[in-house]
Design a protein around this ligand. Structure first.
Ligand SMILES: Nc1nc2c(ncn2[C@@H]2O[C@H](COP(=O)(O)OP(=O)(O)OP(=O)(O)O)[C@@H](O)[C@H]2O)c(=O)[nH]1
Length: 621
């Protein structure tokens, strides 16, 4: 119920209550007044009758009393008047007129106890006041009643009964009450109209404020409140409008900036406020995500974290993350949240012909949500009948596509997810520079652990890796064979054919060494022309066979240098960890001692370390 209606009801209620009270009070007052007035009239008339009867008795005209009573009827409003004689008078003076002799019940009571009686009668719609007043004998006054009446003081000598019509009084009372009702009703109507006029701006302003607030709750701050008065109500309208303008302006500016950041476009029916909150939340989450991935160590950790965001924040459980692993190759890093895995949502051909991937080829996002079938490499699931749509976004690194994120959603979910795409893009945008930094760090680290010329790992790599190596050997209780290899008379190559020719020989040797051992073994360029090979889980006898095989392969190796073909030999020292020493680096020294022995013994040979060799060398280390 609106304010106006409430006010009308309230004022109407008050007016009606007042009216009813006034009517009740007025009617009661009129009744009391009528009774009091009639009583007084009857008393006065009775006294006049008494005086007249007394006078008539004195003057001997008592016989004419009937005429007096008849004349009395001419008094307006007096309907009847009659005198009743008491038995005492009858006893002393004989019976009176017939009508004086027959007292009714009320008159009998009055004659008996000397108390006046008043009643109001309703006679065929006419209200009549009837009063019966006793005449008591009294010795006071002149003439003295007791001079004529042989009765005791106070004896009731008779009574007069008079009836007054109240109709006129009643009519006047009703007229008065009616005029009160009319006056109060008119006053009330005027009051209500005035109050409504005063309240109307309050109600309509309150309704306008309510409508504006309702619109604001839906994110529309364009609602305005009309100013109807110049008082406090008008002030509320003005202030509300100022607040709405401020919020509208502020929200528009926030939305504009956030739209720039997220790339999300606002629709007409969007709740601006909710969208702004949504976008700010999205940006805040993306910012937290960026902080987290900056502290991640590897790209794999970053992609793993992003995978969890896709699942937890976007409800996308089906997705692939590919990384370019060669000029034409893609490698699946994560498929549906599992590391590695097979190519599930694309033609597997993209792994070896990466240009089949539209995102990789174009370097632009591929929107298969609104344009299904845009990418020929996308594969619908074979096992389930629920069709899917995809959205692929490339992550640029050093000017080319480094990774590709492929998001897959059910067709029925595509529209919902479309609104999430800008946020996914924000995450990708935040992720790209961090991935780039990690890639550079990893490349840098990789290069610091690798010899640029031969492509083999270097001594620093061995230093970093040695703890893992030892722990693995101890855990498995296996032996590690250390082979230290050095080309024989290599200096001659440099001196004769030049340094570049020497490099060619070193590269060829590196290739031969790599091919002579298992993939799990390590070939390390340990120094200038010195190499170290770590053979894992190998007994000494086996290691000797491998070393001998290497020696023989190198000796047979023909290296084309310019116009000449070179053939070089190699000397190898072998020591076992932990058989020869509990310390890894001590084992390396022992291998070096064995290498010295191989050189000393004429080169192109493999020498297994034994403790006697250490005697002569201990002081030089
Ligand atoms: N071309 C080239 N030469 C290198 C490189 N590193 C070391 N050398 C050369 O390798 C040669 C090592 O010679 P030496 O240590 O005297 O030994 P050697 O001539 O191989 O004779 P032995 O080891 O005693 O059989 C030096 O001439 C170094 O300059 C390299 O990266 N490239």
């Amino acid at each position: 119920m609106n304010l106006n209606r409430k006010m009308t009801l309230l004022f109407g209620g008050i007016a009606l209550g007042t009216l009813v009270m006034l009517v009740v009070i007025s009617l009661y007052a009129f009744r009391s007044y009528s009774i009091a007035s009639s009583t007084a009239h009857v008393r006065t008339a009775a006294e006049m009758v008494r005086v007249h009867l007394t006078e008539a008795m004195i003057h001997g005209t008592i016989d004419k009393r009937e005429q007096f009573l008849d004349r009395l009827m001419e008094v307006q409003g007096l309907r009847s008047a009659r005198v009743i004689r008491s038995p005492f008078v009858n006893e002393q003076f004989g019976a009176g007129m017939t009508r004086e002799m027959h007292a009714d019940a009320i008159e009998k009571l009055v004659l008996a106890d000397g108390q006046p009686r008043y009643v109001i009668l309703d006679e065929r719609g006419d209200s009549v006041f009837r009063g019966t007043i006793p005449f008591a004998a009294s010795s006071r006054g002149t003439p003295n009643c007791l001079q004529c009446h042989k009765v005791a003081e106070g004896t009731v000598l008779g009574a007069v009964t008079m009836e007054l019509s109240l109709t006129e009084l009643k009519r006047q009372a009703l007229m008065t009450v009616a005029s009160i009702i009319l006056t109060v009703a008119a006053f009330s109507v005027l009051s209500i109209l005035l109050a409504r006029r005063l309240i109307l701006p309050v109600g309509s302003t309150a309704q306008a404020v309510e409508r504006a607030v309702q619109r604001a709750l839906k994110g529309d701050f364009k609602g305005r409140v009309e100013k109807r008065t110049d008082d406090e109500i008008g002030q509320i309208a003005t202030e509300t409008n100022s607040l709405l303008v401020f919020l509208d302006d502020g929200l528009a500016r926030i939305s504009q900036r956030v739209v720039q950041l997220t790339g999300r476009t606002l629709r007409q029916d969007d709740n601006q406020l909710e969208v702004a909150i949504d976008m700010v939340n999205g940006l805040a989450d993306a910012s937290s995500f960026k902080q987290a991935i900056e502290e991640d160590e590897t790209k794999a950790e970053i992609f793993d974290r992003f995978g969890r965001v896709l699942i937890d924040s976007f409800g996308v459980r089906e997705f692939s993350i590919y990384e370019t692993s060669g000029p034409k190759q893609l490698e699946p890093l994560s498929v549906d949240g599992n590391a590695g895995g097979a190519c599930r949502w694309c033609d597997p051909q993209i792994l070896v012909r990466s240009d089949m991937c539209r995102a990789k080829r174009s370097g632009h996002p591929v929107d298969g949500l609104s344009q299904p079938g845009i990418c020929y490499a996308f594969r619908q699931p074979e096992d389930s009948g629920v069709p899917r749509r995809h959205f692929c976004v490339p992550i640029m690194q050093s000017g080319s596509v480094g990774s590709i994120i492929q998001l897959v959603v059910r067709e029925s979910d595509a529209a919902r997810f479309q609104s999430q795409v800008p946020y996914v893009n924000v995450y990708v945008r935040e992720m790209a520079p961090v991935l780039e930094a990690k890639r550079l760090t990893e490349t840098l680290r990789e290069s610091s652990l690798r010899d640029a010329m031969t492509g083999l790992n270097n001594r620093r790599f061995l230093e970093e890796y040695v703890d893992t190596l030892i722990a693995s050997a101890r855990r498995r209780k296996t032996q590690i064979a250390i082979l230290l290899l050095d080309l024989d008379y290599f200096k001659v190559v440099n001196d004769t054919y030049g340094h570049d020719a020497g490099d060619v020989v070193l590269k060829a040797l590196a290739g031969t060494l790599k091919n002579s051992v298992r993939a799990s073994d390590m070939v390390i360029r340990f120094g200038g022309e010195e190499f170290l090979i770590v053979l894992q889980e190998t007994e000494a006898a086996n290691a000797l066979k491998v070393a001998e095989n290497i020696r023989a392969t190198v000796a047979d190796m023909k290296i084309q240098v310019g116009g000449a073909v070179l053939q070089k030999t190699i000397s190898i020292g072998l020591a076992m960890f932990p058989d020869d020493s509990e310390t890894f680096w001590q084992t390396v020294k022992f291998a070096d001692v064995a290498l010295y022995r191989a050189k000393d013994d004429g080169r192109n040979r493999v020498v297994r370390f034994n403790p006697d060799m250490w005697q002569g060398h201990a002081e030089s280390y």
